[in-house]
Design a protein around this ligand. Structure first.
Ligand code: ZN
Length: 358
């Protein structure tokens, strides 16, 4: 079976490399750029295997999976395959990984390992993940390798933020852009990789993922999911207490992560979930069929109740606008508790006023 059988998306890039390898026109350094979580690393891994395969078939971009190149590669023990990236919890790609620790500078690290001759008939293949997290010193020491790459070496650099790379690095690499995956592709990946409990979960997470598998996975984290359930249960109540809801959400957000940036990220998800809730209700009112959100019982009961209000669509429209404002406030660094307090207090008043004016 082809090593690309389980790979989704990026057909154009695959075709480009297929032709390039066929014509033996491979460059020595490539820079893969695109949003996080869309498969750039997986793409580079498959490409690396196909370049190290000793018995490639007719398809230049495929690998046999059996030969003396594929077997050690699949066992993560191929001496000619090198891979580095930013370790979890670190903000920068450590310079040691590129040029060795202080006391052994130049005698270890990726640049040194690339300069060691490959096995007879083989070549060196390196993946540099998170290349956009290199600091200037690291980038400058890596530049020497890019300027005079060792014979028979191919380097794949991976980045999500092109602007964070030194222009001198960028100009030494052939740029390959990757686009977000489609919602259908994300949905299929979530199901194939057993990352979801139900088809409805897959549809929901895919719909909000913006084409990134890692974002979809984030959305499915149990803590975030249970906060979403709490939020939806409250919003569906005939009268909810805005301040009490805000307090519970803030506590949940603080419990998930101590870091402020993470808290803001999760607060943005709560805001986004709220918008989706109102949007789903709006679609439901307009009679449009939407299978993902309509299966959420809370949206259904909320929509049924709202349908009795005069100007219910307009009301939902202003509720969405108010919620979008909260997202802007978080971007402007307004504290999480303050933003949520004022948002849900406003929302609870909006729906309460409507129900008393009936
Ligand atoms: Zn092979």
């Amino acid at each position: 079976m082809s090593i690309w059988a389980s790979f989704r998306g990026h057909a154009e890039q695959r075709e480009m490399f297929r032709r390039t390898i066929q014509r033996r026109r491979l460059s020595q350094a490539y820079l893969f750029v695109g949003p996080q979580g869309i498969g750039k690393h997986q793409f580079a891994l498959r490409l690396a295997q196909s370049l190290l395969c000793r018995e490639p078939g007719a398809d230049s971009i495929d690998a046999c999976g059996q030969c003396s190149g594929c077997k050690p590669f699949l066992a993560k023990a191929h001496p000619d395959f090198l891979s580095i990236g930013c370790p979890p919890g670190k903000r920068e790609l450590p310079i040691e990984l590129l040029v060795g620790p202080n006391e052994r500078r130049g005698q270890e690290g990726l640049c040194h390992d690339l300069s060691v001759a490959p096995l007879p008939g083989s070549r060196k293949v390196a993946i540099v993940d998170d290349a956009d997290t290199m600091n200037e010193t690291s980038a400058n020491s890596f530049l020497k390798t890019l300027e005079e790459p060792p014979d028979r070496a191919v380097i794949f650099m991976i980045a999500s933020n092109l602007d964070a790379l030194l222009p001198t690095i960028r100009s030494r690499c052939q740029l390959v852009r990757f686009s977000p995956l489609s919602t259908d592709e994300i949905e299929a990946l979530l199901v194939e990789q057993n990352l979801v409990q139900s088809a409805a979960d897959a549809k929901f997470a895919a719909g909000l993922s913006e084409g990134s598998l890692s974002t979809a996975q984030q959305l499915l984290e149990p803590e975030l999911s249970s906060l979403r359930s709490l939020l939806y249960a409250q919003l569906a109540l005939p009268q909810f207490s805005g301040l009490s809801l805000s307090k519970q959400l803030t506590e949940g957000i603080v419990k998930i992560a101590a870091e402020t940036s993470e808290q803001r990220r999760n607060c943005q998800w709560m805001i986004r979930f709220t918008i989706e809730f109102f949007r789903a209700a709006l679609w439901r009112l307009s009679g449009e069929y939407i299978d993902a959100q309509a299966t959420i019982a809370e949206v259904e009961s909320f929509a049924q109740r709202i349908a009795l209000f005069p100007d219910s669509s307009e009301l939902l429209g202003t509720a969405i606008e108010r919620t979008v404002d909260a997202s802007i406030h978080i971007d402007q660094s307004v504290p999480v508790p303050l933003t949520l307090d004022s948002l849900f207090d406003d929302l609870s008043r909006k729906f309460r006023m409507q129900s008393s004016s009936r």
